[in-house]
Design a protein around this ligand. Sequence first.
Ligand code: ZN
Length: 289
Amino acid sequence: MVVVSGQLEDRGTTDDAMSSSDAEDELIEPATPTPTNAGRTLLFMLPQLPEVIPLNVGGMGFTTRLSTLLRYEDTMLAAMFSGRHYVPTDAEGRYFIDRDGTYFGDILNFLRCGDLPPQERVKMVYKEAQYYSIGPLLDILDKMQPLTGEKVRQAFLDLMPYYKDHLERIIDIGKHRAIQRKARFAKLKVCVFKEEMPITPYECPQFNALRFERSESESKLFEHHCEVDVSFGPWEAVADVYDLLHCIVTDLSERGIAVEHQCIGVCDKHLINHYYCKRPIYEFKITWW
Ligand SMILES: [Zn+2]
């Protein structure tokens, strides 16, 4: 039974965007009579929490021991069920957390016995562990696939400072082009080149030697913008053009955008003397509906 002051009842419950640092602050603190609210506070008494806790997480029911929720200090659950805060209950008396409960079972299993989620749930459980600020679980998931793989991939993508902007540009151009033409598909020209390779047909055999001997002032002569919608490159890494194309397709598909690509030749723009741009050009086809 909780009797609270009028002032306290007006305050909200836990916030969706709660982070680890403010988890404690955001929860409703019991009202301590102060000179300003003492008059209005008739009685304040927090209930004794039971040993077995029934939970309603976004409509999904769970049952666990109080000790499980208190397993690690500094987590949002430990703060919520510390006995120092008011936790709302549903019509059946279950403690209510206004959060999608799909992955809450994975969180509980970790708190119960250190069980880890299967690989396909790791990404989503990580998000939940962030919400409930469960540091030990975050540390372990961080070292699991696919999160580790994502870090390795990101280290490569960090070489391209405009990678994200370029993705947005692909989406924007594709959208406008399809709307303008009332089309189901949109086609874009995208240049993806790992290194500069302006060569003449005669130079092919010595291409590697040429590339490394070229001075900086000479390479300036080859700088230009290919006539494409978006251009990625150059970069210095083992990962090649196909790896970057894989990243682009994966990241667009994460945004729900289906894209196919094929190489449609090289830029072939005349640069200087007998030099032509040999950067590969890809046609991206976005299917909107
Ligand atoms: Zn070019």
